[in-house]
Design a protein around this ligand. Structure first.
Ligand code: S3P
Length: 174
Protein backbone atom coordinates (compact mmCIF):
# COMPACT_ATOMS: atom_id res chain seq x y z
CA UNK A 1 0.00 0.00 0.00
CA UNK A 2 1.17 3.51 -0.79
CA UNK A 3 1.44 5.85 2.21
CA UNK A 4 1.68 9.01 0.12
CA UNK A 5 1.01 9.85 -3.50
CA UNK A 6 3.86 8.82 -5.77
CA UNK A 7 4.23 11.71 -8.22
CA UNK A 8 6.13 11.40 -11.49
CA UNK A 9 7.67 14.55 -12.97
CA UNK A 10 9.94 14.99 -15.98
CA UNK A 11 10.25 16.20 -19.54
CA UNK A 12 7.63 15.49 -22.23
CA UNK A 13 8.13 12.07 -23.76
CA UNK A 14 10.16 10.61 -20.92
CA UNK A 15 7.49 7.96 -20.27
CA UNK A 16 5.66 9.29 -17.19
CA UNK A 17 2.32 7.84 -18.30
CA UNK A 18 3.61 4.41 -19.36
CA UNK A 19 5.81 4.03 -16.31
CA UNK A 20 3.12 5.42 -13.99
CA UNK A 21 0.49 2.99 -15.21
CA UNK A 22 2.80 0.00 -14.79
CA UNK A 23 3.98 1.19 -11.38
CA UNK A 24 0.41 1.65 -10.12
CA UNK A 25 -0.42 -1.84 -11.31
CA UNK A 26 2.53 -3.28 -9.46
CA UNK A 27 1.71 -1.38 -6.25
CA UNK A 28 -2.03 -2.10 -6.42
CA UNK A 29 -2.70 1.65 -6.43
CA UNK A 30 -4.89 3.85 -8.62
CA UNK A 31 -3.17 5.59 -11.54
CA UNK A 32 -4.06 9.23 -12.27
CA UNK A 33 -2.76 11.01 -15.39
CA UNK A 34 -3.06 14.75 -14.76
CA UNK A 35 -3.08 15.59 -18.49
CA UNK A 36 -6.04 13.22 -18.98
CA UNK A 37 -7.85 14.82 -16.01
CA UNK A 38 -7.24 18.25 -17.59
CA UNK A 39 -8.56 17.11 -20.99
CA UNK A 40 -11.73 15.79 -19.34
CA UNK A 41 -12.20 19.13 -17.58
CA UNK A 42 -11.58 21.35 -20.63
CA UNK A 43 -13.43 19.01 -23.00
CA UNK A 44 -10.82 19.15 -25.79
CA UNK A 45 -7.22 18.14 -26.50
CA UNK A 46 -4.57 20.17 -24.63
CA UNK A 47 -3.07 21.26 -27.94
CA UNK A 48 -6.40 22.81 -29.04
CA UNK A 49 -6.80 24.55 -25.69
CA UNK A 50 -3.27 25.98 -25.93
CA UNK A 51 -3.99 27.31 -29.42
CA UNK A 52 -7.23 29.06 -28.41
CA UNK A 53 -6.72 30.11 -24.79
CA UNK A 54 -2.92 30.32 -24.48
CA UNK A 55 -0.43 28.77 -22.13
CA UNK A 56 -1.19 30.93 -19.06
CA UNK A 57 -4.84 29.80 -18.99
CA UNK A 58 -3.68 26.20 -19.31
CA UNK A 59 -1.26 26.61 -16.38
CA UNK A 60 -4.08 27.97 -14.17
CA UNK A 61 -6.20 24.89 -14.84
CA UNK A 62 -3.20 22.60 -14.38
CA UNK A 63 -2.42 24.16 -10.96
CA UNK A 64 -6.04 23.87 -9.82
CA UNK A 65 -6.43 20.25 -10.88
CA UNK A 66 -3.03 19.32 -9.44
CA UNK A 67 -4.13 20.74 -6.09
CA UNK A 68 -7.33 18.71 -6.28
CA UNK A 69 -5.48 15.50 -7.20
CA UNK A 70 -3.04 15.97 -4.31
CA UNK A 71 -5.90 16.44 -1.85
CA UNK A 72 -7.64 13.22 -2.95
CA UNK A 73 -7.53 9.95 -1.02
CA UNK A 74 -6.33 7.22 -1.12
CA UNK A 75 -2.73 7.80 -2.22
CA UNK A 76 -2.25 7.14 -5.95
CA UNK A 77 0.44 7.15 -8.61
CA UNK A 78 0.12 10.55 -10.30
CA UNK A 79 1.81 11.40 -13.59
CA UNK A 80 2.06 15.12 -14.33
CA UNK A 81 2.60 17.16 -17.50
CA UNK A 82 6.16 18.26 -18.21
CA UNK A 83 5.40 21.87 -17.25
CA UNK A 84 3.72 21.15 -13.91
CA UNK A 85 6.92 22.16 -12.08
CA UNK A 86 7.01 25.67 -13.57
CA UNK A 87 5.06 27.24 -10.70
CA UNK A 88 6.78 27.35 -7.33
CA UNK A 89 3.47 26.60 -5.58
CA UNK A 90 3.08 23.38 -7.59
CA UNK A 91 6.63 22.28 -6.76
CA UNK A 92 6.11 22.89 -3.05
CA UNK A 93 2.72 21.19 -2.93
CA UNK A 94 4.02 18.09 -4.74
CA UNK A 95 7.10 17.87 -2.51
CA UNK A 96 5.06 18.22 0.67
CA UNK A 97 2.13 15.99 -0.20
CA UNK A 98 3.81 13.17 -2.09
CA UNK A 99 6.97 11.31 -2.92
CA UNK A 100 8.22 12.93 -6.09
CA UNK A 101 10.25 10.97 -8.64
CA UNK A 102 12.05 12.88 -11.39
CA UNK A 103 12.27 10.68 -14.47
CA UNK A 104 15.34 12.06 -16.24
CA UNK A 105 16.45 11.69 -19.82
CA UNK A 106 18.57 13.79 -22.20
CA UNK A 107 17.02 16.15 -24.79
CA UNK A 108 18.62 14.07 -27.58
CA UNK A 109 16.98 10.89 -26.35
CA UNK A 110 13.62 12.66 -25.94
CA UNK A 111 13.85 14.15 -29.44
CA UNK A 112 14.25 10.64 -30.88
CA UNK A 113 11.25 9.38 -28.93
CA UNK A 114 9.11 12.37 -29.93
CA UNK A 115 10.08 12.71 -33.60
CA UNK A 116 6.55 11.92 -34.84
CA UNK A 117 4.66 13.70 -32.08
CA UNK A 118 1.77 15.96 -33.05
CA UNK A 119 0.06 16.27 -29.65
CA UNK A 120 2.47 18.42 -27.66
CA UNK A 121 1.85 22.10 -28.40
CA UNK A 122 5.31 23.28 -27.32
CA UNK A 123 7.05 20.90 -29.70
CA UNK A 124 5.24 21.80 -32.93
CA UNK A 125 8.25 23.82 -34.12
CA UNK A 126 10.85 23.52 -36.90
CA UNK A 127 13.61 22.30 -34.61
CA UNK A 128 12.15 20.20 -31.75
CA UNK A 129 15.61 19.23 -30.47
CA UNK A 130 16.55 22.89 -29.98
CA UNK A 131 13.25 23.45 -28.14
CA UNK A 132 13.81 20.37 -25.95
CA UNK A 133 17.30 21.61 -25.07
CA UNK A 134 15.86 24.98 -24.01
CA UNK A 135 13.08 23.36 -21.98
CA UNK A 136 15.57 21.01 -20.35
CA UNK A 137 17.93 23.87 -19.40
CA UNK A 138 15.04 25.73 -17.79
CA UNK A 139 13.33 22.79 -16.14
CA UNK A 140 15.98 20.31 -15.02
CA UNK A 141 16.71 22.42 -11.88
CA UNK A 142 12.97 22.72 -11.21
CA UNK A 143 12.39 18.96 -11.48
CA UNK A 144 15.30 18.42 -9.08
CA UNK A 145 13.87 20.99 -6.65
CA UNK A 146 10.46 19.29 -6.62
CA UNK A 147 11.83 15.75 -6.44
CA UNK A 148 12.83 13.50 -3.60
CA UNK A 149 14.62 11.18 -5.99
CA UNK A 150 16.06 11.26 -9.53
CA UNK A 151 15.53 8.19 -11.72
CA UNK A 152 17.67 7.79 -14.84
CA UNK A 153 15.40 6.40 -17.55
CA UNK A 154 17.59 6.49 -20.62
CA UNK A 155 19.13 3.03 -20.50
CA UNK A 156 16.66 0.85 -18.62
CA UNK A 157 13.51 -0.80 -19.98
CA UNK A 158 10.13 0.25 -18.59
CA UNK A 159 10.18 -2.81 -16.31
CA UNK A 160 13.64 -1.89 -14.96
CA UNK A 161 12.62 1.69 -14.23
CA UNK A 162 9.38 0.55 -12.54
CA UNK A 163 11.35 -1.93 -10.40
CA UNK A 164 13.82 0.79 -9.47
CA UNK A 165 11.08 3.19 -8.35
CA UNK A 166 9.25 0.49 -6.37
CA UNK A 167 12.51 -0.38 -4.58
CA UNK A 168 13.20 3.27 -3.85
CA UNK A 169 9.70 3.73 -2.37
CA UNK A 170 10.36 0.75 -0.09
CA UNK A 171 13.70 2.18 1.02
CA UNK A 172 12.20 5.58 1.72
CA UNK A 173 9.63 4.01 4.01
CA UNK A 174 12.32 2.17 5.97
C1 S3P B 1 3.63 20.26 -21.40
C2 S3P B 1 3.66 18.88 -21.42
C3 S3P B 1 2.48 18.05 -21.72
C4 S3P B 1 1.18 18.81 -21.43
C5 S3P B 1 1.20 20.16 -22.06
C6 S3P B 1 2.37 21.02 -21.61
C7 S3P B 1 4.88 21.00 -21.12
O1 S3P B 1 2.55 16.86 -20.96
O2 S3P B 1 0.96 18.94 -20.04
O3 S3P B 1 1.27 19.95 -23.45
O4 S3P B 1 4.83 22.18 -20.79
O5 S3P B 1 5.97 20.38 -21.22
P1 S3P B 1 3.66 15.68 -21.22
O6 S3P B 1 4.82 15.94 -20.34
O7 S3P B 1 2.93 14.44 -20.84
O8 S3P B 1 3.99 15.73 -22.67
Amino acid sequence: MLERHCILVGMPGVGKTTIGRRLANRLGAEFVDLDAVIETEIGCPIRTYFEHQGEAAFRDIEARLLERALAAEPPCVLSTGGGAVLRAGNRQAMHQLGTVMYLRSSPEHLARRLRNDTKRPLLQVDDPLKKLKELYAERDPLYREAAHYVVETQRGSVATVVGHIAMQLDLMRA
